[in-house]
Write a protein that binds this ligand. Sequence first.
Ligand code: ZN
Length: 423
Amino acid sequence: MTTLTTSATAAGLGEFIDASPSPFHVCATVAAQLESAGYTRLAEDDQWAALAGRHYVIRGGSIIAWDAGDGGNSFRIVGGHTDSPNLRVKQKPGRTSAGIGMVALEPYGGAWLNSWLDRDLGISGRLAYRAGDRVDHVLVHVTEPVIRVPQLAIHLSEDRKGVTLDPQRHLDGIWSLDSDAPDVLEWTAGYAGIDPATVLGWELMTHDVAPSQLIGADNELLSAPRLDNQGTCYAGLRALLDGAPAIPTRVLALFDHEEVGSGSERGAASDFLATIIERIVLARGGSRADYLQAMAGSVCVSGDMAHATHPNYPERHEPAHRIAVNGGPVLKVNQNLRYASDALGEAIFAVACEAAGVPMQRYTHRADLPCGSTIGPITAARTGLTTIDVGAPQLAMHSARELMGAGDVPMYSAALQAFLSEP
Ligand code: ZN
């Protein structure tokens, strides 16, 4: 179907996801692939000398990479988010209930809570520790199943209808039956090779350790966690790496904290993207006026996953806007600005899909159901960039285990590649 050359595959997305259980690991996975393609890392607290070429910057769980290509004073930006809803470890996680050692967990973002039960969970995130007279941090990825949040037996629920999950009482995970076992923080520090006594801060979260997998009679589907929104992180990364240098500077901007509103030092509501673009312009010898001119002539595609029409609940979808799995990238439009797409932006993305040789689908949420949102409107308001909200179709969004079409992965990436290359 795709007429544009792309290296993006569903199996490649599965490997990307399995290596990336936390936003910090998404940045590390993206950075490793950028490095092997010749990108070099810059630090925000360094001076940037006259810069051309390919670089990236990491701010916590967010990353921005760019290929300055042939120069020119405009930018093509693909945005996305690195975080996904999950269960996260509380500050004082150790507790005992019914004689069992537990880990106190709480939901991050709009996790579909029932989907987290009865899964074998690993731990990931980062630990900050004292290293001599300074503070350092290390990423940790526990790939073995060490935590489990079990369902209540059906026989113990009222009327056998299950229970409504209380995020405070029902989501703690079983950790150990041994009352002398180290608590989760001490154990995780040891796993990461850090002296537990030096650990002073942590952002730890759980993930389903079952690997991503192609499924279905013809392997046409990808079953994986975190497709929202690592589907975009991966497709955008391949689009940046596969595409040829072009007149606009091609940018990939992946933000943490979308699932909780983007309002942090590294979220889409921060100064991260605007600051990096201004510094690129200044490092080339441009002025503040050149930067403002560049922003006025630049375009951002905000990529986030889209709702495919659910075969068991077709009535939950806008009837005339069926979104097909393996049907191609999705343009998302919302009259109340839950998405940022406007007529000119829509046309720009339609041109990109046409150039990539992929079909484009148009999504509108039912008017009587609350529509989700994404980084598009936030980025547009923060930067003034023309912004288009797009995505790839998926089912079971925000479940611990999501589902998308294998064929949508290369089509989505090809569309983003074509968009990045348009002057
Ligand atoms: Zn999302």
